[in-house]
Design a protein around this ligand. Structure first.
Ligand SMILES: [Zn+2]
Length: 237
């Protein structure tokens, strides 16, 4: 008898517990749904807040005009976005050496690894620092010097028809969440302004010579976050 009562009580307790568990699942699902909605709202806010002015500069980011640029060929439209990584020294993020390099003011004696950079004149349109901060060095209407000797789908000299975005980082470790957020925001802005048909890594347009953005750059994450933009001829996915 005692056993039966206990068994009965146990059954009731189990039923209550199952009911409670079910309500927890519902609550959890509701919270997840709400959380997704909120994050989408936040994402939408973040993705709609960059603009480009008539000179090709983004007024919301730090502007550090580099002398290392030239005109794009007449009539040449921007059809390619190139993703890079860079850090100076490699894997160190505490300094402003990248900006110094792009502004031709790098002290090449500051680190022994800088010896090869002496006299180098390079730039990129944008740099996204580890914090997600964006710096712009060249107007998007101008030709920045980020790709070097390069080739993409039958065309040489990718600087002519591309915009370069550098992520502060290396081939040896992951990039920061804040960098992906800024990269997506910036990319969506550029995709709105230019007939960009492809997004490629530097390693893809200069194979054998360049390896960035490297194995830690999460192309799938980037692609998903970019949303419905149509990848006309995806070569990396
Ligand atoms: Zn590169």
């Amino acid at each position: 008898m005692l056993t039966r009562i206990n068994h009965s009580s146990l059954s009731e307790t189990q039923t209550e517990r199952e009911s409670l568990e079910a309500s927890k699942v519902v609550t959890k699902a509701a919270i997840q749904e709400l959380s997704q909605e909120l994050s989408q709202e936040i994402h939408q806010e973040q993705t709609s807040n960059y603009v480009l002015d008539a000179q090709g500069w983004c007024p919301q980011v730090q502007q550090l005009p580099s002398p290392n640029f030239g005109p794009r060929p007449v009539g040449m439209s921007v059809s390619l976005l190139v993703i890079h990584n860079i850090s100076l020294p490699v894997g160190q993020y505490a300094h402003n050496y990248i900006a110094d390099l792009f502004l031709n003011r790098l002290d090449c004696s500051a680190d022994e690894s800088f010896a090869d950079l002496k006299g180098l004149q390079v730039s990129s349109h944008f740099l996204i620092r580890r914090t997600g901060q964006i710096q712009q060095f060249v107007s998007v209407f101008e030709r920045a010097w980020h790709a070097g000797v390069s080739h993409f789908q039958g065309r040489d000299g990718c600087n002519d028809f591309s915009i370069g975005i550098e992520l502060e980082g290396s081939d040896n470790g992951p990039f920061e969440d804040a960098q992906y957020t800024s990269l997506v925001t910036l990319s969506q802005t550029l995709l709105r302004h230019f007939p960009i048909a492809h997004i490629a890594g530097h390693e893809e347009i200069a194979p054998g010579r360049k390896t960035d953005p490297g194995p830690y750059f999460d192309w799938l994450r980037y692609q998903k976050a970019l949303g419905p933009w149509h990848w006309e001829a995806p070569t990396l996915f």
